[in-house]
Design a protein around this ligand. Structure first.
Ligand code: NAD
Length: 314
């Protein structure tokens, strides 16, 4: 039986991924290790909680003894590391937890995986490691790493450590770098769920700067399908960009949310820009498209409607 250790599986993308994986591969055994910080919730995993092939452990990925115990007591085939401190604004306030979880955490996971043996270690990274773009161009997997905020700097650091463990010890690693995800189960501090919640309550929507910053949006199910493909068919030692081919200014996203919720644009409130706010992210995902035949399937309006509906159900 294939056994997968998912770390950070109570968060937004991790919980969507566990639900996706258990649906697609009902014979896999999934161990979910999560510290349950403010961003993680077992409510995200209600659908699988009673499945005998799902097992939850509360703990910290940087706790080496705990990780060793998990590997000793289970025959782990693959490890997929979603665990992270993930909110840029919080990293600007205090970067210490980001260094702990996003840098020391992967180092501990890699060390134990190296000593105990593993078939695949997948590190879930982000397009933010490449830094910011102007109006033109897209980042490929070979673009230099130029992170601009403490969050992206810690994610870039982890990517370099993962690369080093592959080159130095031959550890079978793969890195995925996706663009901004949106969809059900996302914690409310992030732009899309925050603005949907505020729009539903007819509260002001605080938009950074002039709203012209551009992000490439990826529906979380499209990312889950990409990670599943990388897990099974990705090239060891490889890096895969996963973009949504869906670049929007933050103002466009805000206006579409207001439209879908049936609220007036006068709810938009422009606030001082975030320090070091990256202007534009754009990913060239041709590698995963050609090598693994992946394409994003969800249209942005359709994905947003699904996200709004999931929030109305809560
Ligand atoms: N959300 C996005 O748009 C996006 C885009 C690209 C990449 N990513 C990456 O994807 C991964 C998941 O992102 P997300 O949005 O689901 O994050 P999230 O903040 O929703 O979830 C993170 C999870 O990690 C857990 N966690 C935090 N510290 C931990 C620790 N020390 N030990 C164990 N568990 C810990 C939290 O409890 C939470 O469940 C992250 O690595 C992030 O960098 C996210």
């Amino acid at each position: 039986m294939t056994q997968i250790l998912v770390t950070g599986g109570a968060g937004f993308i991790g919980s969507n991924f566990i639900n996706y994986l258990m649906d697609k591969h009902p014979d896999y055994k999934i161990i979910n290790l999560d510290k349950l910080t403010y961003a993680g919730s077992l409510d995200n995993l209600k659908e699988v909680a009673d499945n005998p092939n799902y097992h939850f452990i509360k703990g910290d990925i940087a706790n080496k003894e705990l990780i060793e115990d998990i590997f000793t007591n289970n025959q782990i085939d693959h490890l997929i590391n979603f665990a992270a401190e993930s909110h840029v604004d919080r990293s600007i306030e205090n970067s210490a937890p980001f260094l702990h979880t996003n840098v020391l955490g992967p180092q501990v996971l890699l060390d134990v995986a190296k000593d105990k043996g593993i078939k695949r270690y997948i590190q879930i990274s982000t397009d933010e490691v490449y830094g910011s773009l102007g109006e033109e161009g897209s980042f490929t997997e070979d673009s230099p790493l130029k992170p601009n905020n403490p969050y992206s700097a810690t994610k870039a650091s982890a990517d370099l450590i993962v690369r080093a463990y592959n080159k130095t010890y031959g550890l079978p690693t793969i890195i995925t770098r996706s663009s901004n995800n949106y969809g059900p189960k996302q914690y409310q501090e992030k732009l899309i769920p925050l603005f949907i919640t505020k729009a539903l309550r007819s509260e002001k929507l605080p938009l950074y700067g002039d709203g012209t910053n551009i992000r490439d949006w990826l529906y979380v199910q499209d990312n889950c399908r990409a990670i599943d493909l990388v897990l099974h068919q990705g090239r060891i030692g490889g890096i895969y960009n996963i973009g949504g081919d869906c670049e929007k200014t933050n103002l466009e996203v805000t206006e579409l949310i207001l439209d879908l919720v049936g609220k007036d644009k006068s709810l938009i409130e422009y606030i001082d820009d975030r320090p070091g706010h990256d202007y534009r992210y754009s990913l060239d995902s041709s590698k995963i498209k050609t090598e693994l035949g992946w394409e994003p399937r969800y249209d942005f309006t359709e994905g947003l409607k699904k996200t709004i509906n999931s929030m109305l159900k809560i």
